[in-house]
Design a protein around this ligand. Structure first.
Ligand SMILES: [Zn+2]
Ligand SMILES: [Zn+2]
Length: 561
């Protein structure tokens, strides 16, 4: 059993015939999943997703996996396999294709369709597609792939078995084991068992819910709750859920049909994804149920249902605007019902409760996970994972898709079923499978890549630190003019502050110490303007922290005149 080790050095050379696993994202966080497999000098990539920023990433739009470790080897990539259409698995694909546009893309029908609309938004030209379904086999260089149906919170998800001369890998992707899913497509445990009989050398398993005991409830178990909400609502109903949760939308459409209401979608991604799902037959719209938003407004409130994005409190989403009453056509009214049929992703709590409070303030009744069973997870709980380990009987296990606590809980489950070797690794920790045994081989540099507007990877951790300081402490600017002939301060210091409660008069006491420190520094021969600016920064920084207990950003400017 191995642990992540911060002192790891660069990985040794991969022994001949071995299989290397390089996780570039998703191990240590829920998001930006991306795993690279290396064998006989060829690479296979599984998933390429994004991570959504949190409060401590001010101004960041998206966080990508770090392609750095494979950037020089992109020509060796045989294919990119996409297990399903969630953003944390496909969202970074356009950015990878910008670096090499002809990487063959492999995925199920719905996954590729959702990806295609994303690639079009990024104005990327036609890419090589391999549309696969469960049971299909496909060979890319030294990797023989076989796809297995798995059940998840989006239709058409796949696990992938990767046969190589070093052994067989089984990657579950995201999955759960709902035995009565809406579409009847269950996780194919018979295939898991068959692959287990053949011998799974390395099993990569979804850790998201490994800490949750028992079994994830069936999607159908929320049907009666939705039905009750519809029965009790005498006015408009607004449902918010993930724009990719086809089965959740299906349940709402069915309830609307049963209760003689009509439905409109709100939010660009909801409109787009549900059109794709309907076209491909994954979403069955009951006759006469779906209408345009502008036609919906003509109906009496008790006939209306809106299905909206924004279940995570995203500030720009339709639901947030509705809660603030500044949506351009949906005006929340007293007596409306809002159903948040989604999980609460850690980090989004404040934003979601802000939206709930906003809606409640206008008199809406808000039904959410905290007060009714209106959501079930898309991931296997501990009980389901135990089943999988017992059925597959893998030789080695690598927990994936989770924060450290999730991966460690998943490790314990594997060990409890008698798996002998479980390797816990974080992003960048390289794991080799050699002679049937998986072990940590070293570590590659693997950071966060921030997307901010049109810039990708230009914003660094230290920029974000600056933004956080600016956001929390504001800034102080100090301008001083130094006479280059006399070497004396001839103007200023002029001090301004923003974003904090420091006022101009309070700076008077620090002006003389700044002048004294500059005179002293120049007398000692420090005439370089950078050094003089550092002198100013030190004096005012010490003063403001001593007198005001603040640590604002300090911007010193020394002008030689
Ligand atoms: Zn997923
Ligand atoms: Zn995922």
């Amino acid at each position: 059993m191995s642990h992540p080790h911060p002192e790891l050095s660069a990985p040794r050379a991969l022994p001949k015939g071995g299989l290397r696993v390089i996780p570039l994202g998703g191990l240590g966080e829920v998001g930006r999943n991306m795993t690279v497999f290396e064998h006989e000098d060829r690479l296979l990539v599984v998933d390429c997703g994004v991570l959504f920023p949190e409060d401590h990433h001010p101004g960041v739009d998206l966080i990508l996996p770090d392609f750095g470790p494979i950037r020089d080897r992109l020509d060796q990539v045989e294919a990119l396999v996409l297990t399903h259409g969630h953003e944390d698995h496909i969202g970074a694909t356009p950015y990878l294709l910008r670096e090499r546009g002809d990487i063959p893309l492999v995925g199920s029908e719905l996954t590729l369709a959702l990806l295609d609309s994303k690639l079009r938004e990024h104005r990327l030209k036609e890419t090589v597609h391999h549309k696969v379904k469960e049971g299909d086999r496909l060979t890319f260089g030294p990797f023989e792939l076989e796809f297995v149906a798995v059940n998840h919170s989006i239709p058409d998800a796949l696990a992938v078995a990767i046969r190589t001369s070093a052994g067989m890998v089984l990657h579950t992707g995201d999955f759960k084991m709902d035995q009565l899913p809406l579409d009847g497509r269950i996780t194919d445990l018979r295939a898991f068992a068959r692959l287990g009989e053949e011998g799974v050398d390395l099993f990569l398993t979804d850790s998201t819910n490994a800490e949750t005991p028992g079994f994830t409830p069936a999607e159908k178990s929320i049907t009666p709750v939705i039905d009750q909400v519809f029965r009790e609502s005498s006015q408009r109903i607004i449902v918010a859920c993930f724009a990719s949760h086809v089965h959740r939308v299906q349940q709402v459409l069915d309830a609307a049909y049963a209760h003689e209401r009509q439905v409109a979608y709100v939010g660009r991604s909801m409109v787009r994804n549900m059109a794709i799902a309907r076209d491909l037959g994954y979403l069955k719209v009951p006759p006469g149920t779906l209408v345009d938003t502008k036609d919906l407004a003509d109906l009496p409130p008790e006939r209306q249902v809106l299905i909206s994005t924004g279940s995570q409190g995203e500030p720009m989403s339709a639901l947030s605007r509705i809660a603030q009453r500044n949506h351009h056509f949906v005006h929340i009214e007293e007596g409306d019902t809002v159903l948040l049929a989604s999980s609460l992703i850690p980090g989004n709590e404040n934003a979601v409760y802000r939206v709930i409070n906003g809606l409640a303030r206008w008199g809406a009744r808000v039904v959410h996970k905290g007060n009714a069973l209106v959501h079930v997870s898309g991931h296997a709980s501990a009980g389901e994972l135990l089943y999988c380990y017992n059925i597959v009987k893998p030789r080695n296990v690598l927990p994936v898709h989770g924060e450290m606590r999730h991966m460690l809980a998943n490790r314990d489950l594997a060990l409890a079923t008698g798996v002998e070797n479980v390797v816990v690794a974080e992003d960048g920790v390289v794991v080799d499978l050699v002679n049937g045994v998986a072990s940590v081989a070293g570590k590659v540099e693997c950071g966060y890549v921030f997307v901010d507007g049109s810039s990708v990877g230009d914003i660094t951790e230290s920029d974000l630190k600056d933004r956080r300081i600016l956001g929390e402490e504001g800034f102080i600017s100090v301008i001083v003019v130094v006479d280059s002939v006399s070497g004396k301060v001839s103007g200023g210091p002029e001090i301004h502050a923003r974003g904090n409660a420091l006022d101009g008069a309070s700076f008077d006491e620090v002006k003389q110490p700044i002048i004294d420190a500059l005179d002293r520094a120049i007398a000692e021969g420090n005439t370089d303007s950078y050094q003089l600016q550092q002198t100013v920064r030190r004096v005012i920084g010490r003063w403001v922290s001593g007198t005001h207990r603040r640590r604002p950003m300090i911007i010193p400017v020394v002008i030689e005149a």
